[in-house]
Design a protein around this ligand. Structure first.
Ligand code: SF4
Length: 263
């Protein structure tokens, strides 16, 4: 049996959103570093719930262009945390996510430090998390910034360069081998993988074997696998059945020797 796909796209209009009940993170307060409107990303994933990326980039050319300032984001986060405290609404995690790849934000380390201080002040038991596509881990400043994050949820959708390029359509200059090497050096990584069927599929036996072997090389704390939940940019994709997801999880646990959960 295949899952139903929710029929609306998700482009965030606010800097701070939620808290939302996340299947993977609990009560999550989202921080959209990249601002309202169009997404900014280094990938152009066929399954993206925000639609296609206008121009995939690995680094922003003009750090001052079109992004909310660190001060604007920190102020919006503090106001929201104050309101949540007043209303006694608990949160489990503050998550950097939103319209695209959050590590493209030019002041990443500064905003993570500011969010960490606000977390300590208002919600000391909450964790800081980031949802990243892993494409920028070759950059020293990104790796340094990620040190301040408790839960690093990093994308790995395939175990080969060719299949990753077909699914994620990365920006020019992206390098699969470098990404793998740097992911393996990062502490506290939780890998995330979406499995899809249709125009491009990553569930063939050889694809699952290659992906499991890359997971074993990265040695993450765990792996979260899932399938389409919302309408994808590419209408030629369909969700994978739960039976197949469970079979992939079982195989990867045995081959890579890491915890693998289906969401
Ligand atoms: S990395 Fe995320 S935001 Fe970027 S295109 Fe892929 S799914 Fe969309």
């Amino acid at each position: 049996m295949t899952r139903d796909i929710r029929r609306h796209r998700l482009v965030k209009e606010d800097l701070i959103y939620g808290p939302l009940l996340s299947r993977r993170l609990g009560r999550s307060l989202g921080v959209n570093l990249l601002g309202a409107g169009e997404k900014v990303c280094s990938f152009n994933c066929r399954y993206c719930q925000c639609g296609w990326t206008a121009q995939p980039i690995l680094q922003v050319a003009d750090p001052l262009a079109n992004f909310p300032s660190g001060e604007q984001i920190a102020t919006a986060l503090e106001m929201r945390l104050q309101q949540l405290c007043r209303d006694q609404i608990p949160i489990d995690v503050i998550t950097f996510s939103g319209n695209g790849e959050p590590t493209l934000y030019p002041e990443l380390q500064a905003i993570i430090k500011a969010a960490s201080a606000l977390r300590d002040r208002y919600v000391p038991r909450a964790k800081l998390a980031i949802l990243s596509n892993s494409s920028t881990v070759h950059r020293r400043e990104v790796r340094d910034a990620l040190q301040g994050i408790d839960l690093k949820l990093m994308k790995l959708d395939a175990g080969s360069d060719a299949l990753t390029r077909r699914i994620n359509l990365p920006a020019k200059g992206w390098d699969f081998a470098t990404m793998l090497q740097e992911l393996a050096q990062l502490d506290g990584v939780l890998l995330q993988t979406i499995f899809v069927w249709g125009r491009v599929a990553n569930t063939a036996p050889v694809a699952i074997r290659e992906w499991s072997d890359r997971v074993a090389e990265i040695r993450p704390l765990g792996v979260q696998i899932y399938t389409l939940d919302r309408v994808p940019a590419d209408p030629g994709l369909t969700p994978v059945s739960r039976v197949v997801l469970d079979a992939i999880a079982g195989y990867a646990r045995r081959r890579a020797h890491v915890p693998v959960e289906v969401y």
